[in-house]
Design a protein around this ligand. Sequence first.
Ligand code: NDP
Length: 240
Amino acid sequence: MGRVALVTGGTRGIGEACCKALKKAGYKVAASYAGNDDAANASRKETGIPVFKWDVGDYQACEQGVIAVENEVGPVEVLVNNAGISRDAMLQKMSSEQWEQVMRTDLDSVFNMRARVINGMRERGFGRIVNISSINGQQGMLGLSNYCAAKAGMIGFTRAVALEGARKGITANAIAPGYVATELLSGVSEKVMEHIVGQIPVGRLGEADEVARCVVFLAADESAWITGSTLTINGGQLMD
Ligand code: NDP
């Protein structure tokens, strides 16, 4: 089959797991990243998947980045908007920089990535867009007002894109993972982590591979009738 899939933030954590799983499923995969060259080079070496550096918060950079991917790998048929960051602080202490950094990386990015990609998908009459949201976009979490707002925004965006693409063979779905063992959680203290795990009925954090298999499922040609949905995967922590 060999459809082309682009995973933003595909060099570490959940994104890298998505790249590996999509490659295993027969896709031609490209991974983007922000600036951690060591991680990107290590990932490229291990997976054989080409990596492309640009900031998904920058509109022009996204356009140029997608052109580079399309020239090297081919027209993007599956887009996984996975790149994301967190900058936690209670609202009364949150700086406007913390707010803006999260909004541009986690929410503006899904708009920035659409330009060339959505036009190509509409022309070809096929597309799969999978947006990696979060359990914290479905429920509130203290210290994460910026992140919760961005991830909830992503779900609304997904639904609108699903409607717009419905007659053009384009599906758009969100995945809302609970807490997954990646570097994103490295700043969380042991005590808070114990508390989090205590709230997960399955009794453990998720694995990146467990999210990746959902991405492969939603990306499939056969998943054409699944659109506008939010796939909740969180060990039972929130039953939505
Ligand atoms: P990681 O921190 O492990 O990896 C983040 C990836 O995103 C890296 O490849 C990083 O590139 C890239 N990235 C970050 N900022 C940008 C940017 N501005 N432009 C381009 N690429 C960027 O994150 P996770 O794997 O944990 O998270 C992946 C997604 O899943 C995120 O959207 C996150 O919010 C979401 N999520 C994570 C959960 C978790 O518990 N881990 C739970 C729910 C959702 P580089 O290496 O260059 O920095």
